[in-house]
Ligand binder design. Structure first.
Ligand SMILES: Cc1cc2nc3c(=O)[nH]c(=O)nc-3n(C[C@H](O)[C@H](O)[C@H](O)COP(=O)(O)OP(=O)(O)OC[C@H]3O[C@@H](n4cnc5c(N)ncnc54)[C@H](O)[C@@H]3O)c2cc1C
Length: 402
């Protein structure tokens, strides 16, 4: 099979890129290759379902640009296609004195990112979330909720309407990249593509290396486990309640999220996963663990943040500890109010010097674009990332074929 462009990965980014490219370059032969039996089974189908506002990110970064714009484009997309979503807003709460300056910094960052954030006293916060306990809070009105899987199904439908194809159950195992194109060896035979886009999520660094590109960064998987409020305690949370994030690890800090189906999730934590696509505490994969544990960057990170790492493991193993973190936000939550629910694994790129790659990392290579770091808020920003990647691709309708 021969294509103008093959996208590896049927998560929200691969599908968005495929859809955007098809819109930009009408008539192109595009395919999305997904190793699983369906699309959106990994990060995209296992996340918090929050349409982020963009408040956390450094002004001017890709994350800030794509999340603030993506928040609106995601809402518009849902409106246009009748996908259920809710612009419920969220509050971020400071529960002790030390967090107050961090909350102020976050407020200023929200303003710098052009958001209509407001400061709330403890009483004002309780008018929005009557069960919360805090000293002060900020409200971010543009945060919303959606099931990103539904968004993906629409992207997939539009790709096909535009004449593209989606091959699920198609695992790209090896890649021969030559001048003018790529030969993708899959479990279903060889696929030729003049242009390649790597949206492999948790496998994106490996996919890049298969083409001969060294992205330097290595994906280190961090599992995020969630609990769910039992139905008769869902009234404790109206919408979204977040703690002030640790500036070094914005993804740490369990929070409450109302899902679009009405359930309320609490979490996620962030524990090192010994399997890239391992959703249970005991999941283990030799190759995945070997790659992480032999990567110098991992040990540098582990040495520097040993305490935080240990706390996350403790919180993963002890429901009591997990509940204690949640009680900082809502004191009346008890262990009996929570039952374990799904987990997701974050694909976080780490540099050899131990730095977590903070921004989205999108690398250009001959006849290829590799999305090598796309953690949260990439689902929110998916239309913007899709547009950005599609804009990197030369007009394949006029370019020479292999
Ligand atoms: C716990 C958690 C909570 C999150 N919460 C939010 C949130 O609330 N809001 C938000 O905006 N973002 C959130 N995120 C981030 C968001 O989910 C991800 O940034 C986004 O889903 C990344 O999409 P993706 O397409 O890059 O990756 P994925 O969804 O992981 O898709 C990659 C796909 O590539 C496929 N693949 C890999 N290798 C191959 C191969 N060799 N051949 C064929 N197919 C291959 C995989 O099977 C997979 O389906 C969260 C993430 C996690 C883990």
């Amino acid at each position: 099979m021969k294509y103008d462009c093959a996208v590896i990965g049927g998560g929200i980014l691969g599908l968005s890129v495929g859809m955007m490219l098809g819109r930009r370059q009408n008539g192109l032969k595009i395919t999305v290759l997904e190793k699983e039996p369906d699309v959106a089974l990994h990060q995209t189908g296992r996340n918090s379902g929050v349409i982020h506002s963009g408040i956390y990110y450094k002004p001017g970064s890709l994350k800030a640009r794509f999340a603030t714009a993506g928040n609106q484009t995601m809402v518009d997309f849902c409106e246009e296609h009748g996908i259920p979503y809710e612009a419920c807003g969220k509050i971020i709460v400071a529960t002790n004195e030390q967090e107050l300056p961090l909350l102020e910094t976050l407020y200023q960052r929200g303003l710098a990112n052009g958001l209509a954030v407001t400061k709330l006293s403890s009483e004002e916060a309780r008018e929005i979330e009557p069960h919360v306990r805090c000293l002060k809070a900020i409200r971010v009105p543009s945060t919303g909720i959606v099931a990103f899987r539904n968004v993906c199904l629409k992207y997939a439908e539009l790709i096909q309407t535009q004449g593209g194809s989606i091959h699920t159950g198609t695992h790209v195992k090896a890649i021969q990249s030559r001048t003018g194109g790529h030969f993708l060896e899959t479990n279903r035979g060889v696929i030729e593509a003049r242009f390649l886009i790597n949206c492999g999520g948790l496998q994106s660094d490996r996919v890049a290396r298969r083409t001969g590109l060294d992205p330097k960064a290595r994906i280190v998987p961090f599992r995020g486990e969630y609990y769910e409020l039992v139905p008769d305690r869902r009234h404790l949370v109206n919408a979204l309640i977040y703690p002030v994030p640790n500036p070094d690890f914005p993804f740490l800090g369990v929070h409450f999220t109302r899902m679009i189906d009405g359930a309320v999730h609490a979490g996620p934590n962030a524990v090192l996963a010994f399997k890239r696509e391992g959703y249970h505490k005991t999941d283990f994969n030799c190759a995945d663990s070997f790659e992480t544990l032999t990567f110098a960057g991992f040990w540098k990170l582990a040495r520097k943040h040993f305490k935080e790492g240990l706390m996350e493991v403790y919180r993963s193993l002890s429901k009591k500890a997990f509940v204690r973190s949640l009680q900082q936000l809502i004191p009346e939550i008890t262990e009996n109010d929570l039952t374990p629910t799904h987990a997701g694994v974050r694909a976080q790129a780490l540099m050899p010097d131990g730095r977590l790659v903070d921004d989205f990392l999108i690398l250009n290579a001959p006849n290829a674009v590799h999305v090598c770091n796309a953690p949260s808020p990439a689902a929110t920003a998916s239309l913007e990332i899709g547009r950005y990647v599609a804009d990197q691709i030369p007009d394949l309708r006029t370019a020479v074929t292999i």
